[in-house]
Ligand binder design. Structure first.
Ligand code: FMN
Length: 352
């Protein structure tokens, strides 16, 4: 890689754009969830790129350990790439400094959060607050591109503040041609939060208006939703959020659906066997990358979600939420081995 003489931090790679195409599904930024083990899990199932949860620009500049914890792994874990660091903030100087420090730390791709509707964030002008000041939004993104390089910066927008307006439609036109690598739209208003439904019609409209690659988010609960969204909106790629939390293997389903057509639905036995495998892999990745008590406590609430549909799920869930070690969690999962499971479930059927 060569250095850009006008900016020694910036390197000029042959293809600076991250993989973004219908067969390159991304893992969305998910506060509290898109940590290193979960990103690696989704990558194993086919996620082509993964985002960190949103990280405060100010927190990074003031050396807040909570903020740095979210990106601590960057120089140590080269397999966690391409990684998109999502930044939130409203002040240009903090965002510039955060990007500079992250570049020095080894980060390559940056997304600006212009959609978080949480009051605490919006009242500082950050997140969806940026939609109310498209000049500031453009200035911040322009400056991020000049620091990180063309193709390496993107933005995640909501449709606008309220359902009545498609503010980000105009904002995105202003951002087009700026050298952004992607524009992601979650077509819900900030006031909507996660309620109601996402308006994919807005994605379709935006795609007609901009040249920058468009990434779709919103109501992508399954691979079938992802493919439908691509077909209906002509977006360049999709980003899975709650769908991936419920089923990290949906990236695999997405690729299978695209390649083979037909159904991504697995039969029940295969689906349960895969869920068990997901739970085992998630534990193994936590032990490898985030072997802490804090993470163990967090996983006690996450793992049971993978066990939906297991005949023994409720007993396993109550053992799991009390587990005090990874071994205990693993032995609970082993107790759910499909062979035992199917004997038990067929016994139950015979009895009824
Ligand atoms: C638990 C949770 C955390 C989220 N955290 C972030 C975040 O940190 N940054 C962001 O831009 N969006 C965040 N989102 C929004 C998602 O990335 C996504 O845009 C939204 O959930 C819509 O997609 P879906 O309907 O397919 O879930 C979050 C959503 C959820 C459910």
């Amino acid at each position: 890689m060569e250095q850009d003489p006008t900016n020694p931090r910036k390197t000029t790679a042959p293809n600076p754009y991250p993989p973004l195409a219908p067969d390159k599904p991304w893992l969305a930024p998910l506060a509290g969830f898109s940590d290193l083990p979960f990103r690696m899990l989704c990558r194993e199932y086919g996620a082509a790129a993964a985002c960190t949860e949103m990280v405060s620009a100010k927190g990074l500049v003031y050396q807040g350990s909570g903020s740095w914890d979210l990106v601590r792994s960057i120089p140590r874990v080269p397999e966690d790439r391409p990684l998109i660091v999502q930044i939130f903030g409203a002040e240009l100087s903090f965002i510039q400094e955060a990007v500079r420090r992250l570049l020095d730390w080894g980060a390559a791709y940056f997304d600006l959060n212009a959609g978080c509707p949480v009051k605490k964030v919006v009242k500082t002008g950050a997140g969806a607050g940026l939609l109310q000041d498209s000049g500031r939004l453009a200035a911040i993104l322009q400056s991020m591109v000049s620091l990180a390089g063309e193709g390496r910066v993107g933005v995640k927008l909501r449709s606008g503040w309220s359902a009545a307006e498609f503010v980000s439609g105009n904002a995105a036109i202003r951002l087009d041609g700026m050298g952004l690598g992607w524009i992601c739209l979650h077509p819900r208003s900030a006031l909507q939060g996660l309620s109601g439904s996402a308006d994919w019609g807005l994605l379709e409209k935006l795609k007609e208006r901009i040249q920058t690659p468009l990434l779709a988010s919103g109501d992508l609960y399954s691979a079938r939703d992802g493919i439908n969204c691509l077909q209906r909106t002509a977006a360049d790629g999709v980003m899975y959020a709650r769908g991936a939390l419920a089923n990290p293997a949906l990236f695999q389903d997405h690729l299978r659906l695209l390649q083979e057509g037909g159904e991504a639905e697995l039969d029940r036995a295969t689906d349960l066997a895969r869920r068990l495998q997901i739970a085992h892999r998630h534990v193994a990745l936590c032990r490898r990358y985030a072997d802490t008590r804090k993470n163990l406590l967090k996983m006690r609430t996450i793992l049971p979600k993978y066990l939906k549909g297991f005949p023994d799920a409720s007993a396993a869930r109550s053992r799991m939420v009390r587990a005090s070690s990874w071994e205990e969690i693993e032995s609970t999962l082993e107790g759910l081995a499909p062979a035992t499971l199917w004997e038990k479930s067929s016994d139950r059927h015979r009895r009824t």
